[in-house]
Design a protein around this ligand. Structure first.
Ligand code: NAP
Length: 244
C-alpha cells in the first residue's frame, strides 16, 4: 500500500518512524520546502508544491498512491483543503494527523481570535506597549500599522523582511523552557503574547500565566475530514489496518 505523507511537523516525523516498521506500507513524505534543513526521515522524500488540488490528484494517480495522510501544521489551511480535494479527485483514502490544540486553564487570560487579522485587531484594542508575536514569519503583515505598539518577533526561520519596525527579531526553534520564556518576557517588558493555537510545547503559555500576561490565541482552521488522529500511533494503526 502506497502512502503519501504530507510532512514538516513532529507528528509527521513520528508517523514516518513508526510506519517504517510496517510491512506492506511504502511511504513517501512530502515537504513544502520552506524549512531550510528539515530533519531526515526514514523513507523516500520529495519537496515542493504539487500545483493545487488538481496537481496533487495527478501526482497521486501517477504515483499509484492508495492513501494520503496530511500531517502538516494545524495552520497550513490551504494544504489541508488541497489534500482533501486531491484525495477525493484521485479516489483514495485521506486522513489528518494533527496534535491537539491547547486549552485555557482557569488561571489563563486568553482572548480568542478567529484568524491573524482578527488577532491584529485585538492587539490594537489592547494598546499594550510591548507585544511578543509568535505567529510565524509568513503571517506578520497583519500586524503592520499598529504603532505605537512595539513588537518582539520570534520565528523559526528569518522573516524577510519584517513589515514593521520590530524592537527585536529573534530566530529560534523550540522547545523552550518556562524559565527561558519568562526571561524573554522580563527582558523585553512584554505585556501581551500573540500565538496561533498550534498545540505542543506550552512553555510560552505557562510563562504568560505565571507573569499574569494576557494571550491573543488565534483559533485553528476547522477540521475537514472524517479520519482525524491526534497521535501518530493511532494513525499508524489505521495504516496497518488498511494494509492488512
Ligand atoms: P499552506 O498555506 O497550507 O500551503 C501553501 C502551499 O504550500 C500549498 O498549497 C502547497 O502548494 C504547498 N505545501 C504545503 N505543505 C506542503 C507539503 N507538506 N508538501 C508539499 N507542498 C506543500 O501552508 P503553509 O502555512 O505555507 O505551510 C507550509 C509548510 O510549512 C507546511 O508543510 C506546514 O506543515 C509547515 N508549517 C507551517 C506552519 C504555519 O504556521 N502555517 C508552521 C510550521 C510549519 P501547492 O498548492 O502547489 O501544492
Amino acid at each position: 500500500m502506497k502512502v503519501l505523507l504530507l510532512a514538516g511537523t513532529v507528528e509527521a516525523r513520528q508517523l514516518a518512524e513508526q510506519a517504517h516498521e510496517l510491512r506492506r506500507v511504502e511511504l513517501v513524505a512530502s515537504f513544502a520546502g520552506h524549512t531550510r534543513a528539515p530533519r531526515a526521515l526514514p523513507c523516500e522524500t520529495r519537496t515542493g508544491g504539487f500545483g493545487g488540488a488538481d496537481g496533487l490528484a495527478r501526482y497521486l494517480r501517477e504515483g499509484s498512491f492508495d492513501v494520503i495522510v496530511d500531517a502538516t501544521h494545524p495552520f497550513a489551511a490551504q494544504m489541508q483543503r488541497h489534500a482533501v480535494d486531491g484525495a477525493c479527485l484521485a479516489g483514495i483514502e485521506h486522513a489528518r494527523l494533527v496534535r491537539p490544540p491547547w486549552t485555557a486553564t482557569n488561571d489563563d487570560h486568553w482572548v480568542d481570535a478567529t484568524d491573524v487579522v482578527d488577532g491584529a485587531r485585538i492587539v490594537g484594542e489592547f494598546g499594550v506597549p510591548r507585544v511578543l508575536l509568535t505567529v510565524g514569519r509568513l503571517d506578520l503583515a497583519a500586524f503592520a500599522g499598529l504603532e505605537p505598539t512595539e513588537f518582539v518577533v520570534r520565528s523559526v526561520e528569518d522573516p524577510d523582511p519584517v513589515p514593521f519596525a520590530a524592537i527585536a527579531t529573534l530566530r529560534a526553534r523550540g522547545p523552550f523552557t518556562l524559565d527561558e520564556e519568562s526571561a524573554l518576557i522580563d527582558r523585553y517588558g512584554v505585556g501581551l503574547l500573540v500565538t496561533k493555537n498550534s498545540g505542543g510545547n506550552d512553555a510560552k503559555l505557562a510563562a504568560a500565566r505565571a507573569n499574569g500576561i494576557p494571550v491573543v490565541m488565534v483559533r485553528r482552521p476547522a477540521p475537514v475530514t472524517e479520519h482525524n488522529f491526534a497521535d501518530a500511533r493511532d494513525a499508524c494503526s489505521w495504516l496497518a489496518s488498511l494494509a492488512s
